[in-house]
Design a protein around this ligand. Structure first.
Ligand code: AMP
Length: 428
């Protein structure tokens, strides 16, 4: 029994799974970069206040789920629970608005939430996401929705639906919240404790309650899309029209709200279809946040973005039977060539040569003092295509013996030409 285990809610990504993880990262990068987004890497912790201001002081994320700590200098910091606040902080700090009308940025990396661990819910998880900052255009809402959809489709996840809603803006949301509270005010005693608290601090979130008895009551509540101001309604109409014109299917979900306060207008989530056997939790989601830049001290600057959970995508891929491609997919390291040594003398030469050639060819060798026969067995098990035997007599003549593991052909190669020959054989 190991003495230490990973902290509750965290998980190790072992080599086999890391290959699938990497595929999600690589696919994300390709999809984002093909659409003109550039990577931004921000710190994993920030001033706590940044998240309180942006995500919302009364949200579950900030109130219950943030890892907050004081550093030795007395600063109150928090591990980032999401990516957008940091990206906008950085955008403002470095005056990125001056560099281009619209900044299109993406990020990948770990996020931290002191959430109740469950299937697909971790305390350290990973997100990939994009932010398009500086435009009101509904085309960018659709581009963002396209990116989330494209990412999942590129990965092979097809049985998921894009849920869409508008959550209004500071003009129309307060009016709607008044209507909602008026409707729910005399039904409070039928609601769960969480919803009664949300009624006071964050009524929109009530609609998102997972409790069935609450949902029964919310079935007939007034909906925000019937209370949008003219501008929000016009924008929502445009988004839907462009989605339709670009053949991006979506499901109107007037009860969709997001767990972060900064969203305005468009909100969306990619939800796995129930019959696909996946968990109900969303693969990713996002929306517009036209007020956030201003809330963090910048000039009013509209923006839209999304993030997707890497663990959720990996699980969806595993449910599809995906094992990941490339390194480690079959539990083996990904080397092409194995060096076999006959004694300690030749080990020195082989070891040195391996270091010289590794920048061109993927090579490994044994370090446990196996016999030549056992080294060949290991080479076979690794599935390499070539072995190189470093024998004492051959080395005296300046040559090594290369064996093609598939055909069984053997031939001598001058040690000085080994790198070139191996590279040639590997990439004919
Ligand atoms: P959010 O920032 O809450 O909108 O979450 C965006 C995406 O991140 C979700 O759709 C999930 O895929 C993922 N996610 C959020 N919280 C967790 C968590 N605790 N564990 C794993 N994935 C998460």
């Amino acid at each position: 029994m190991a003495k230490f285990r990973s902290p509750r809610g965290t998980h190790d990504i072992l080599p086999d799974e890391a290959a699938v993880f990497r595929r999600v990262y690589e696919t994300s990068r390709r999809v984002f970069e093909h659409s003109g987004y550039r990577e931004i890497i921000t710190p994993m912790f920030e001033e706590k206040e940044l998240f309180a201001r942006s995500v919302g002081a009364e949200t579950d994320i900030v109130k219950k789920e943030m890892y907050v700590f004081e550093d030795r200098g007395g600063r109150i910091l928090a591990l980032r629970p999401e990516g957008t606040a940091s990206v906008i902080r950085s955008y403002l700090q470095h005056g990125l608005h001056a560099a281009a009308d619209i900044q299109k940025l993406y990020y990948l990396g770990p996020m931290f939430r002191y959430d109740r661990p469950a299937a697909g819910r971790y305390r350290q998880f990973h997100q990939v996401g994009t932010e398009a900052i500086g435009s009101m255009s509904p085309y960018l809402d659709v581009e963002t929705i396209f990116l989330l959809r494209e990412l999942s489709i590129d990965l092979g996840i097809t049985r998921a639906s894009m849920h869409l809603n508008s959550v209004g803006c500071r003009e129309c949301r307060p009016g709607y919240i008044g209507v909602l509270k008026g409707y729910l005010g005399d039904r409070l005693d039928q609601l769960c404790g969480d919803c009664r608290t949300r009624f006071e601090v964050n009524p929109l979130r009530m609609l998102d309650c997972k409790n069935e008895s609450c949902q029964a009551i919310y079935r007939d509540t007034p909906l925000i899309i019937d209370h949008l101001c003219e501008e929000c309604e016009g924008h929502f109409d445009e988004v839907r029209a462009i989605l339709t014109a670009t053949d991006i299917p979506f499901v109107l979900n007037p009860r969709l709200v997001r767990g972060l306060d900064y969203y305005t207008k468009t909100a969306f989530e990619l939800v796995p279809d129930a019959e696909a056997g996946g968990s109900q939790s969303s693969l990713g989601g996002g929306g517009r946040y036209d007020e956030l830049v201003e809330m963090l001290g910048g000039a009013p600057t509209p923006a839209v973005g999304f993030s997707a959970g890497v663990e959720r995508l990996v699980t969806a891929l595993e449910e599809l039977g995906e094992k990941g491609e490339g390194a480690g997919a079959d539990g083996k390291p990904d080397v092409d060539v194995f060096f076999v040594v006959t004694d300690e003398e030749t080990r020195r030469t082989a070891f040195r040569s391996m270091f010289e050639l590794r920048n061109r060819v993927r090579i490994d060798m044994d370090h446990s003092g196996k016999s030549v026969k056992a080294q060949f067995r290991l080479a076979n098990r690794l599935g390499v295509s070539l072995t190189v035997v470093f024998g004492g007599d051959e080395l005296k003549r300046g040559v090594v013996n290369v064996k093609d593991m598939e055909s069984g052909d053997e031939f001598e190669v001058p040690l000085s030409e080994l790198g070139t020959r191996l590279a040639e054989i590997r990439t004919p």
